[in-house]
Design a protein around this ligand. Structure first.
Ligand SMILES: Nc1ncnc2c1ncn2[C@@H]1O[C@H](COP(=O)(O)OS(=O)(=O)O)[C@@H](OP(=O)(O)O)[C@H]1O
Ligand SMILES: [Mg+2]
Length: 152
């Protein structure tokens, strides 16, 4: 990373925290772009204490890449298909910074299939240590949601 004033460049790295309680998370500013209720229940399961940091655009990937927060949760409403141009640049930056991005089923993101990123339910970005814990909380929250929907 290099400042616009031209300072010397420094290598950035994602947060190294292993403790979800001290990890803050990013999500879309717009509730129409990501289900805030779902991310709130995931954060609660993880014991995250800080409120969500809501930012528009791929700036979320940039902030995560320099360790401003530790988790990015993205769960669009049913039927929305992610476009590669909304993620590709941020994905490269965060991966270079040591982060890992997966869909809700734990699959890696596949940018080789044309304009759409066909992910299972949503996208999770975090560090290597937190990913298994976050994935478990995501899957538990999704199955609770599915159970309550089927009992209506
Ligand atoms: N319908 C719907 N559902 C979920 N997510 C959506 C939707 N439409 C746009 N997006 C996301 O909105 C962000 C900006 O997208 P766009 O570039 O299409 O919008 S804009 O016209 O430039 O504002 C960008 O992500 P975030 O800013 O992270 O939410 C897009 O991926
Ligand atoms: Mg745009």
């Amino acid at each position: 990373m290099q400042s616009l004033e031209g300072s010397s460049s420094i290598k950035v790295h994602v947060s190294g925290t292993e403790n979800p309680e001290e990890a803050s998370f990013f999500e879309s500013f717009e509730a129409a772009h990501s289900m805030h209720d779902l991310s709130s229940s995931i954060a609660k399961k993880l014991g995250v204490k800080a409120p969500p940091v809501r930012i528009d655009s791929q700036a979320k990937y940039g902030a995560l890449s320099r360790g401003d927060g530790a988790i990015y949760l993205r769960f669009p409403h049913k039927g929305y298909r992610e476009k590669i141009w909304d993620h590709a640049a941020g994905f490269i930056v965060v991966t270079e910074a040591g982060g890992v991005a997966m869909d809700a089923a734990g699959n890696p993101l596949d940018f080789s299939k044309g304009k759409f990123l066909d992910v299972d339910t949503g996208i999770i970005v975090t560090n290597q240590k937190l990913m298994p814990l976050v994935l478990k909380a995501v899957q538990d929250s999704l199955s609770e949601d599915a159970q309550s929907a089927s009992s209506l």
